[in-house]
Ligand binder design. Structure first.
Ligand code: GDP
Ligand code: MG
Length: 589
């Protein structure tokens, strides 16, 4: 394929607006897959995805498309060129916008799918901004026009008023009936520019995704920006300087289809003997050994917003859990993992996630795909601990790692949130943001009916239930997105729980000063419920910075039972505090 006959694009949409269905229809229409054979949605491969209806892992597929007015002519005929369309599927949730942006780096355009019955929603806005930041061609697609409640004119108006898009650019489709598909393919060819690499320059390719395959080991998805990649080539990673030999190269059509080479502008897969996806650094530039190149602009590494400890439970062993986590992170490098140990829970792992949904999906996959059972600790956000000696450390857990140092202050991560909402809901939303310690930065009207609010808010107030509450108080109409802002020195304190003068580190928590007492008391109540009362116990909640006692209580032994202290500690160790309880606690703090 000549460069000008290649189009690299993504489909982006708010969840459930029909991205996967549309992708499948395009694959069928171009004969890449056969209708009905690949049930239900070809591109959504994982079990969790089907259950939750969200795409977690981006999948890439190539298809070949010939424009229909010339469709009876031969592929090789110069007058009737076929186009190579590379579709890069992207996840559809705000938690996964990191994966969205890395997929977009390999594209020149996107289909922005909007449900004709729902209109523009949070992820539509977030995806629109991501795509325009990458300077991509944006083709608005109004889907589900077969539904009786479809209101495409209203959606067009929204597209014009919120994004300033030309009304005439929107394409109306039904991924269900197949209506409008051809227009979509035409628009991809007509409106998305071809990739603009140099065919005769030394090889440069962008590694934009990777996953782990049982036999082939690490498979990298790459976009060849300049030059040609051939099987057998010796390549080097610009990020690590490590060298590899290309043992297999090809395109996804829709499964692995080996080819002799990948040409400039092509998107495909490469197997080159990498053993873990940690080696396959997303955003890395791969080039040929002994050539000199300028690395491609990389992109922002994943920002981990929520952290939680995972400990083996209910018959699952440490090595079993380790194996499962290793396998799973091979396929999801946006999760970060480190070993941690806790006096109460023993050895486990501390994992960082892009958001709460991402965390839930990870936990669910561990159980479903690997059958392991875990205890997970209270989700926390990455705080910055400042010590008396002036040093600062980012801490997403309350371990005793720095117990020699005296804690002086706690800085917390902040976000800048943008909320777009119908004007009649402005009042309650302002109240909500105020309650969540938000600072208003902007309040304006985009149209006569749509308002825009911008707030600086603590991340800890966002990660738990902010989005749910916002949706509830605006009858689902609010559009919400956020980006990371600088840490802020806050009135936060660390609370430590002591059982019989021994610190129960997994229960340590960071709370706002004003809520220390409430949280301290409720922690105490919770501990009381969980301890084994075979002897007298004392429970204390202390403020870590000042050492002030917040709550304290003696819990007398229950009659008859007599067991040793060791046994009790083990009892605490085996307590599985349900996630709901942690969430309850987070809400308190
Ligand atoms: P995604 O989350 O954006 O990938 O959305 P899906 O492709 O999974 O679609 C969400 C739901 O909408 C599924 O139940 C689809 O069958 C349905 N759907 C998708 N496109 C259409 C359409 O054009 N018309 C109708 N009636 N339903 C559709
Ligand atoms: Mg989907």
């Amino acid at each position: 394929f000549q460069l000008d006959k290649i189009r690299n694009f993504s489909i982006v949409a708010h969840i459930d607006h029909g991205k996967s269905t549309l992708a499948d229809r395009l694959l069928e229409f171009t004969g890449t897959i056969q209708r009905g054979l690949n049930q239900p949605q070809y591109l959504d491969k994982l079990q969790v995805e089907r259950q939750r209806g969200i795409t977690v892992k981006a999948q890439t597929t190539s298809m070949i498309y010939k424009q229909s007015n010339q469709s009876h002519q031969n592929i090789d005929n110069q007058d009737n060129p076929a186009f190579l369309l590379n579709l890069i599927d992207t996840p559809g949730h705000v938690d996964f916008s990191y994966e969205v942006s890395r997929s977009l780096a390999a594209c020149q355009g996107v289909l922005l799918v909007v449900d004709a019955t729902q209109g523009i929603q949070a992820q539509t806005v977030a995806n629109f901004y991501l795509a325009s930041e990458c300077n991509l061609a944006i083709i608005p697609v109004i889907n589900k026009i077969d539904l009786p409640t479809a209101d495409p004119d209203n959606v067009k108006e929204q597209l014009a008023s919120i994004f300033d898009l030309d009304l005439s650019e929107a394409i109306l489709t039904s991924a269900k009936t197949g209506e409008g598909l051809e227009k979509v393919l035409e628009a991809i060819v007509e409106r998305i520019p071809p990739p603009c690499g140099k065919t005769d320059s030394p090889l440069r390719m962008l590694l934009f995704d990777s996953f782990f395959h049982e036999y082939k080991k690490v498979i990298c998805y790459v976009a060849v920006v300049d030059g040609v990649l051939r099987k057998g080539d010796r390549i080097v990673s610009a990020a690590t300087g490590k060298g590899y030999e290309v043992s297999d190269v090809g395109i996804m059509h829709p499964e692995f289809k080996p080819t002799a080479c990948l040409l400039t502008g092509q998107v495909g897969y490469v197997v080159c003997g990498m053993y873990s996806t940690q080696e396959a650094r997303v955003g890395d530039t791969l080039y040929k050994r002994q050539s000199t190149i300028e690395p491609l602009p990389g992109f922002q590494p994943a920002k981990h917003m929520v952290f939680s400890g995972l400990y083996p439970a209910d018959g699952t062993g440490m090595s079993e859990l380790e194996h499962a986590i290793e396998k799973l992170t091979c396929n999801d490098p946006s999760v970060c993992v480190e070993i941690e140990s806790s006096a109460a829970l023993g050895r486990g792992f501390r994992c960082g996630f892009l958001g709460l949904l991402h965390m839930d999906v990870f936990h669910q996959r561990l159980q479903q795909e690997y059958g392991v059972h875990v205890h997970n600790t209270i989700p926390t956000v990455p705080y910055m601990f400042e010590f008396e000696d002036g040093s600062k450390v980012e801490m997403h857990m309350c371990t005793d790692r720095y117990k020699d140092k005296k804690l002086k202050a706690i800085w917390e991560p902040m976000v800048i949130a943008k909320i777009i909402l119908p004007s009649e809901y402005v009042g309650p939303v302002i109240t909500l943001c105020f309650e969540r310690e938000g600072e208003q930065l902007q309040f304006s009207f985009i149209t006569s009916k749509q308002a825009l609010l911008r707030y600086r808010l603590p991340l800890r107030e966002i990660v738990v239930d902010f989005y749910d509450v916002l949706k509830t108080i605006t009858s689902g109409y609010a559009i919400f997105m956020y980006e990371e802002a600088e840490h802020q020195l806050s009135d936060l304190i660390k609370l430590d729980a002591f059982l019989n003068n021994q610190k129960v580190d997994v229960l340590a928590t960071i709370v706002h000063k004003s809520r220390a007492q409430t949280v301290g008391d409720s922690m105490l109540e919770m501990l009381k419920k969980y301890i084994n009362r075979s002897q007298d116990n004392s429970i204390q909640i202390l403020e870590a910075i000042t050492g002030r006692v917040v709550s304290t209580q003696r819990v007398p032994a229950a009659p008859l039972e007599r067991k040793g202290v060791k046994k009790q500690l083990r009892q605490i160790r085996s307590v599985n505090i349900p996630r709901e309880a942690f969430l309850e606690r987070m809400k308190l703090s």
